[in-house]
Write a protein that binds this ligand. Structure first.
Ligand code: FAD
Length: 375
C-alpha cells in the first residue's frame, strides 16, 4: 500500500466522517479500525438534526433508511415526575450498527482504504509519524487524526492525563421490542445513581441506554436485578421494562467513561470525537460533536497539506481554537445539567421550574446543541 497522506486511528463516527471529508477533498486516506463492521456500540442512538446537511454533502444517504423523526423530549425524575418539550431542532433515531456501517460503505465506495487492525504505537518524528500495527506492519504518514473513542490503548501510550484516574461511570445498553414507545419521542429518565434514554431505531426496536455510577450498579448481582431494583424505581422505566422483550442475548456495557477535560491536539495528533472530549450523554449531542469535529479537523489538515505557508503549528493552533469555540460551552452546560439530574432535590426543583417555563427548558436544550453544520 502507498503511504497515506492522512492516517486515521479509529473508524467510529468521527474517524469515518474525517475519512469521507478528506477523500472528497482529494486526499489519500487510510483508516485503521480494530473491529469489523457492522457492530453494536453503547450509545443512546438519538442524533441531532444538526448533522444532516453536512452528511448529505458528504454523500451519506440516510433518507433511504426511513429513519424515525424525533421532535419531542420526555423527561422524568427518579420518582416519575414528568415533563415533555418540543426539541427546537429535533433529530432522528438510528442504531450505531446501521449508522457507522452506512458511513463505512460510503467511504469504501469512494476509495478510502481500511485496515482492520489495532494501532499499537504512534510516534511523531521528522515532520511525520511512524505507526505500528498489531500485525507488526509499520506505516509512515504526514498527518494522524486520533478518533479512537473514549478510552483506548493509545491514550495509555500517550500518557494522557485522564487515563491516570479512575472514572465511576458505566454505560449499559440493549435493544428491546416494546410497542408502546412513541416513535417521535426521545425519553430521558432518572433513577438512583444514573439515568437512561429511550429512543426508536431504524428497525423499530427501542434502544434503552443507561449511564450509571458503578457504585449504584455493583450493589446488584446482575443487570436483571439492577433493572428490577434500581432502574424500575422510576415508574416510567418500570412500565417500559415490564412490557419489553430484550433483543440482545447479552447487554452491552462499557466501564471507565471519563468526562474529564482532554486536549484536542496531543503530540501533534489532531483528536476528533470522544478522543478530544465527551459531552454528558443526557445532552444527546456526542455524535453530532464527533461529526462536526471531524469536519473542523479535515479543513485544517487539508490546508496544511495544500498551502505551503500554512505550517503544522498553524494547523494545530487553529484546530485547538476551533474546538474550544465550538464545543467548550456545550460540554460545560452538559456537566452542570448532569450534576443537577443526579441530585434528587435539585432535580425536582429544576423540573418544577422547567415545568412552569418551557422557554427555560428549550434554552437549556439549545445551549447543549449546535446549529446545522454547513459547508
Ligand atoms: C451511555 C452513553 C449514551 C450516549 N448517547 C448518545 C446519544 O443518544 N446521542 C449522541 O449524539 N451521543 C450519545 N453518546 C455519545 C456518543 O456515543 C459518542 O460521542 C460517539 O460515539 C463518538 O464517536 P467517536 O467516533 O468519537 O468514537 P467511537 O464511536 O467510540 O469510535 C472509536 C473507534 O476507535 C476504534 N479504536 C480504538 N482504539 C483503536 C486502536 N488502537 N486501533 C484501531 N482502532 C481503535 C474503536 O474500535 C472504535 O470503533 C452517548 C455516550 C454514552 C457513553
Amino acid at each position: 500500500m502507498n503511504s497515506p497522506e492522512v492516517l486515521i486511528i479509529g473508524g467510529g463516527l468521527a474517524g469515518l466522517t474525517a475519512a469521507l471529508d478528506l477523500n472528497q477533498k482529494g486526499k489519500r486516506v487510510l483508516v485503521v479500525e480494530k473491529n469489523q463492521y457492522p457492530n453494536h456500540k453503547v450509545c443512546g442512538e438519538y442524533v441531532s438534526n444538526e448533522v444532516k446537511p453536512y452528511l448529505k454533502q458528504l454523500g451519506v444517504q440516510l433518507d433511504k433508511l426511513a429513519l424515525p423523526k424525533i421532535d419531542t423530549l420526555h423527561l422524568s425524575t427518579p420518582k416519575g415526575k414528568q415533563i415533555t418539550a418540543k426539541l427546537p431542532l429535533g433529530g432522528f433515531g438510528i442504531s450505531r450498527y446501521a449508522f457507522d456501517y452506512q458511513l463505512y460503505l460510503q467511504a469504501k465506495e469512494k476509495g478510502v482504504d481500511f485496515l482492520f487492525e489495532t494501532v499499537e504505537y504512534v510516534q511523531y518524528k521528522d515532520d511525520g509519524f511512524l505507526i505500528k500495527l498489531s500485525s507488526k506492519e509499520e506505516i509512515v504518514t504526514r498527518v494522524v487524526i486520533g478518533a479512537f473513542g473514549k478510552r483506548s490503548n493509545i491514550d495509555m501510550l500517550l500518557k494522557r492525563d485522564f487515563v491516570q484516574q479512575k472514572s465511576p461511570w458505566l454505560g449499559i445498553k440493549c435493544h428491546y421490542v416494546n410497542n408502546s414507545h412513541p416513535s417521535n419521542v426521545v425519553g430521558l429518565h432518572g433513577f438512583p445513581g444514573g439515568y437512561g434514554g429511550l429512543s426508536l431505531t431504524e428497525k423499530g426496536d427501542i434502544n434503552f441506554c443507561c449511564l450509571v455510577k458503578y457504585e449504584s450498579f455493583k450493589r446488584e448481582k446482575n443487570i436483571v436485578s439492577f433493572n428490577g431494583n434500581v432502574v424500575s424505581q422510576n415508574p416510567i422505566l418500570r412500565d417500559f421494562l415490564s412490557n419489553a422483550t430484550p433483543k440482545f442475548e447479552k447487554h452491552l456495557s462499557i466501564a471507565q467513561i471519563s468526562f474529564q477535560k482532554k486536549r484536542a491536539v496531543h503530540d501533534h495528533i489532531l483528536m476528533c470525537g470522544d478522543t478530544a472530549g465527551l459531552i454528558h450523554p443526557l445532552c444527546g449531542n456526542g455524535m453530532a460533536m464527533a461529526i462536526h469535529s471531524a469536519k473542523l479537523a479535515s479543513e485544517q489538515v487539508f490546508r496544511f497539506l495544500e498551502e505551503p505557508n500554512f505550517s503544522r503549528m498553524d494547523m494545530e493552533k487553529n484546530y485547538q481554537k476551533l474546538w474550544t469555540t465550538n464545543f467548550n460551552k456545550r460540554i460545560w452546560m452538559g456537566r452542570k445539567l448532569q450534576q443537577l439530574m443526579l441530585h434528587t432535590k435539585w432535580f425536582n426543583f429544576g423540573m418544577n421550574t422547567a415545568a412552569h417555563s418551557k422557554i427555560l427548558l428549550r434554552s437549556l436544550i439549545r445551549n447543549t446543541h449546535g446549529i446545522p453544520i454547513l459547508n
